[in-house]
Design a protein around this ligand. Structure first.
Ligand code: FAD
Ligand code: NAI
Length: 471
């Protein structure tokens, strides 16, 4: 007799584990199936994504500060040296502590973990194949698909796990590459490019569009480009990659520049970071009759995460929307609460995004380009960190806050921040957008002095009243 559950979740990432915990908190009998060989929960995000990349970004930033910033503050250090082994071990410990924490939460809330590959069967049951080949069938009233995504591979630039790699291997380079060539100037290319540049690699980024960070507000992306060039990263835009040749320890990336000339870049590692694709291998979608878009691989869902098969749902990187951990977990919570009879929703207009380079980039809502395309009349308030006391005290004065507000109603339509700790500053703007607030609302909130948040208040004041106070 198969085990019976109210909900079986396939995939233990931020979408799946969050949905499982919330559903169990609300009294449902829940199992979560995860196929990762080391039985670690947390998905891409905790194991090979958000967390290890941020651990390396934080560590490499400290190294960078010790080398180049301490002296200006009057802190003399000598003999600064990189201990890459310790840095990588610390990163692994951060990951194992956090993945272990989720196993603890499953225990606390009564979610039953099943380790193995899950396959959806007709009639909404799930077959779990463990590493040793043992098969178990879980009977479910509802099944949630949350199997996430995998790196996109270019057909002419196949991953070889050593010289031509995805982000997973680029979290573990040892020694530091002499010359890292990055294909794609998006989130991963710039975050991991920054890590290895700070640790001593030469970094060359090849991008086929005319701008870096195509998803960002153009003014922000243009300034990021300048700052990263100043930090020593080299960019080749409008450059089309055509292939690569590996010879021993070296790899040559072949490409065409915008004027059609053949160009090449020789280094010791190539990181291909050109996006991610939903991961549905072995999930049994075709046999179970679940519809998906064959081109993008995304599963078709309605606003309540329902697929075309009754009782089967999907969330996270598997479905439409930004491939971000907090989007997946928010969907997980909302899905579970709706299943338990509550009436929550995800506000897709107020999902922030952050790129953890230095200075950081954070945004929520629409960009100026999107507002123009929609024909919306808007006002812009922009305030540079240079004019805030705290940024001056920190000696971190690059960047600005840009608030975009509706010209008639003053409602905040988008906020784009390039600057120190932008990742934390954006939270206030998300809250304002969630409550459909105005630029005046932000400006009238008292911002503590001296804090970086004063730049948010001043940019909002400018969007609302036409002038900031301190500039
Ligand atoms: P995933 O996290 O991919 O989890 C899916 C899980 O399902 C995996 O554990 C997988 O093993 C399991 N699985 C797959 N198939 C099966 C099966 N058949 N049976 C059982 N289990 C299965 N996002 C952010 O918001 N902030 C960041 O800073 C950030 N940094 C990132 C850095 C990197 C290098 C990368 C690669 C990604 C980063 N992301 C970040 C994106 C983030 O990791 C994803 O958006 C998020 O993990 C998606 O969550 P998910 O639950 O949909 O899927
Ligand atoms: P991305 O979509 O962010 O960037 C890919 C870049 O590659 C784009 O600039 C694109 O124009 C370029 N590109 C595509 N094909 C190319 C080609 N053939 N040659 C040269 N350039 C090419 O994808 P990335 O960086 O791989 O990250 C995947 C996803 O993971 C992100 O979109 C994001 O959703 C998530 N992520 C989020 C992070 C965060 O929240 N801080 C950090 C890392 C990843």
């Amino acid at each position: 007799m198969a085990d019976q559950f109210d909900l079986v979740v396939i995939g233990g990432g931020p979408g799946g584990y969050t949905a499982a915990i919330r559903a169990a908190q609300l009294g449902l009998k829940v199992a979560c199936v995860e196929k990762r060989a080391n039985k670690a929960l947390g998905g891409t995000c905790l194991n090979v994504g958000c967390i290890p990349s941020k651990a390396l970004l934080d560590s490499s930033e400290m190294y960078e500060q010790a080398l180049h910033k301490f002296a200006k503050h009057g802190v003399q250090v000598s003999g600064v040296a990189l201990d890459l082994g310790t840095m990588l071990k610390r990163k692994d410990k951060v990951v194992s502590d956090l993945t272990g924490g989720i196993a603890g939460l499953f225990k606390k809330y009564g979610v039953t973990p099943h380790y193995g590959a899950g396959k959806l069967l007709k009639g909404n049951s799930v077959e779990v194949t463990a590493a040793d080949g043992t098969k178990t069938v879980l009977q479910a009233k509802n099944v949630l698909l949350a199997t996430g995504s995998e790196p996109t591979e270019l057909p002419f630039l196949k991953f070889d796990g050593s010289r031509i790699v995805s982000s997973t291997e680029a979290l573990n380079f040892d020694p530091v590459p002499k010359h890292l060539i990055v294909v794609g100037a998006g989130y991963i290319g710039l975050e991991l490019g920054s890590v290895w540049k700070r640790l001593g690699a030469k970094v060359t980024v090849v991008e086929f569009l005319p701008n870096i960070l195509p998803i960002c507000d153009r003014e922000v992306a243009t300034e990021v480009h300048k700052l990263l060039v100043k930090q020593g990263l080299e960019f080749h835009l409008e450059t089309r990659v055509t292939g690569a040749k590996v010879a021993g320890d070296s790899v040559t990336l072949l490409a065409q520049s915008k004027d059609g000339k053949d160009v090449s870049f020789t280094g010791d590692r190539v990181l291909v970071a050109v996006g991610r694709r939903p991961f549905t291998g072995g999930l049994g979608l075709d046999d179970a009759g679940v519809k998906y878009d064959p081109k993008s691989g995304r599963i078709d869902t309605d606003a309540h995460f329902r697929t075309n098969v009754p009782g089967v749902y999907a969330i996270g990187d598997l479905i439409a929307g930004p491939m971000l951990a907090h989007k997946a977990s928010e969907e997980g919570v909302v899905f579970a609460e709706a299943l338990a009879g509550m009436k929550p929703h995800v506000n897709y207009d107020a999902i922030p995004s952050v790129i953890y380079i230095w200075p950081e980039v954070a945004s929520v809502g629409l960009t100026e380009e999107q507002l123009k395309e929609k024909g919306t009349e808007y006002r812009v308030g922009k305030f540079r960190f240079l004019a805030t006391g705290r940024a001056k005290a920190m000696d971190e004065q690059d960047g600005f806050v840009k608030v975009l507000a509706d010209a008639k109603t003053d409602r905040v339509l988008g906020v784009h921040i390039l600057g120190p700790r932008a990742s934390d500053l954006i939270a206030e703007c998300v809250t304002i957008m969630e409550y459909k607030g105005s630029a005046e609302d932000i400006a009238r909130c008292t911002h503590a002095h001296p804090t970086l948040s004063e730049a948010v208040g001043e940019a909002a004041r400018m969007a609302w009243a036409g002038k900031p106070i301190n500039s």
